[in-house]
Design a protein around this ligand. Structure first.
Ligand code: ADP
Length: 507
């Protein structure tokens, strides 16, 4: 503080000596000191360091106010800074226009205030660069979904970065949990894998390990993570600490799984197509050859009338078979290329079932199986039953299933129709085609709905048909928001059942 006092000569001499000493300290101080008048906010005294800091002469500064040294015109940006005695860090402008960062510590006295100012530009830019680095690191961790962690046996706790907390807790905060908590976060199926991997690493004094396993967050989300860990031991081989990174690889894993599935799907369909093409030519050639042979016989001179009749019948059967094969092919490729259109209307099911009797009876008759009956089944307690469905596609499913039933049943009965059930004001129709034929072995039940099944299942006895019928039925039911399944007992018969989730109305 500077004291100017009047009094005796002695006092004046002492005062002047004291003042000079202060003046010397003031001028030689290694940091800038500026005295500012409280009344007009002008600089009263400025030391040499202050002049050097701002690049002005003392005379120049004495005509200025602290506001002239700030980078803006705003009073709050003034370098002496409000009434606060807390140190302030702020930018200031030198005479040569250069912006510097200063730290200002101000003390208030009655008539003036004193600001002690130091240049912290370098310190500030280092700190800023460090902060920026830290922000970037955090951002990189967030984008890459990985974080760091450390485990110390003496605390039995894991600590980790914000991102680790986001991975385990779905929220950003710093993480701290015990070894037991870590195990309980782990997916139950992966816990023993995790525990034994850590124990194994410690037992064998491994320096590092890497694990991929699943965790379940408190919100119930299952995530796949990869943990890379380093281990440090003391000279006696006792664990000091483990530390490392943890990355959420759920998305990557999903993409990998999808890619693998897509590849195996492509390989599978490629294999099926190749097998199919190799065999399909045989399927086309057989009826065509038969037809040409019968035509030859027909045109020869010595064929009797009854033989001719027989030949014409056989030509018809074979052309039907060929037509069906080609139709199946066309349908399958339309379904596969998503160009099969479904036309929904309200179909009255009782008359629909009855309308198919004659064509199925005709087919049964043509098969020559005299001991096989065909019975349509409808719910006689209901006058009308409607389902919102594509009638043509529904009849195609029935037709495929009844054809199969005729093909694989020698005697007994084929029933086809529907059953209706009601749950909570909602009707469900289950359609069925049941036969008393050879049935299907349990191990084949999953396969039979796959396309071209009889070609890639070599143990299946070859019966005419391209192996597309059930695959088409499955695709058609799925296209109409339904499902199809089979129940079968070898030697006793099979039941094919299918239902749709589209609306049903009953009168
Ligand atoms: P296919 O053109 O060979 O009949 P499907 O896709 O219609 O092709 O049927 C696939 C296979 O499922 C058949 O080859 C047969 O082995 C079995 N299958 C289908 N329906 C029946 C049934 N009603 N009884 C016994 N086996 C059947």
């Amino acid at each position: 503080m500077i004291i100017l006092s009047s009094g005796s000569l002695f006092q004046r001499v002492i005062a002047r000596a004291t003042f000079n000493r202060y003046r010397e300290v003031f001028d030689k101080a290694g940091y800038a000191i500026m005295l500012i008048d409280n009344a007009n906010n002008r600089f009263i005294k400025i030391n040499r360091a202050a002049c050097e800091l701002f690049g002005y002469t003392e005379e120049e500064l004495q005509k200025m106010t602290p506001l002239n040294l700030s980078t803006g015109t705003d009073e709050t940006a003034s370098i002496s800074g409000g009434k606060s005695e807390e140190p302030l860090i702020r930018p200031a402008r030198r005479k040569d226009g250069k912006i510097i960062i200063i730290k200002v510590q101000t003390s208030y006295l009655e008539k003036f205030h004193v600001s002690m100012i130091s240049d912290v530009t370098e310190e500030y830019s280092i700190r800023r660069a460090l902060e920026l680095n830290e922000e970037r690191l955090k951002e990189a961790q967030r984008i890459g979904r990985f974080g760091w962690w450390e485990y110390r046996p003496e605390t039995n706790r894991y600590i980790g970065s914000e991102e680790i907390s986001r991975i385990f807790n779905d929220e950003a905060s710093s993480l701290s949990f015990t070894y037991q908590d870590n195990i309980s976060y782990t997916h139950p199926e992966d816990r023993s894998y995790l525990i034994s991997a850590i124990e194994d690493a410690l037992e064998k004094k491994k320096e590092s390990y890497s694990l991929t396993y699943r965790i379940i967050t408190p919100q119930g989300k299952v995530k796949a993570i990869t943990v890379n860990s380093n281990i440090r031991y003391d000279e006696n081989g006792r664990l000091l600490y483990r530390y490392g990174t943890c990355q959420d690889i759920t998305e990557t894993q999903k993409i990998m799984d999808d890619l693998i599935a897509a590849r195996s799907h492509a390989e599978e369909s490629d294999r099926l197509k190749t097998t199919f093409l190799a065999n399909f030519s045989h399927e086309i050639r057989t009826p065509l050859n038969a037809m040409l042979g019968f035509l030859n016989i027909l045109t020869s001179m010595d064929t009797t009338e009854s033989e001719k009749e027989e030949m014409v019948k056989l030509i018809e059967v074979n052309s039907q078979r060929l037509l069906r094969l080609i139709n199946d092919m066309i349908d399958m490729s339309r379904i596969e290329s998503n160009s099969m259109e479904i036309k929904y209307t309200n179909v009255e099911i009782n008359s629909f079932i009855n309308s198919m009797v004659s064509s199925f009876s005709h087919e049964l008759e043509a098969s020559g199986k005299k001991n096989l009956r065909l019975t349509p089944v409808v719910d006689r307690t209901k006058v009308s039953v409607y389902q919102y469905i594509d009638e043509l596609r529904l009849s195609q499913i029935f037709s495929n299933l009844v054809s199969n039933a005729i093909k694989f049943t020698d005697e007994g009965e084929i029933k086809y129709g529907y059953r209706i059930s009601r749950t909570e004001n909602r009707y469900t129709i289950t359609y069925f085609v049941t036969d008393t034929g050879q049935g299907i072995r349990p191990e084949r039940l999953d396969d039979i709905f796959l396309p071209f099944v009889q070609y890639w299942n070599e143990d299946v006895p070859k019966v005419q048909g391209a192996g597309l019928g059930l695959a088409i039925c499955k695709r058609l039911t799925e296209l109409m928001k339904g499902r199809i399944w089979v129940e079968s007992l070898p030697g006793k018969g099979s039941s094919f059942l299918f239902s749709f989730s589209t609306p049903v109305m009953v009168e």
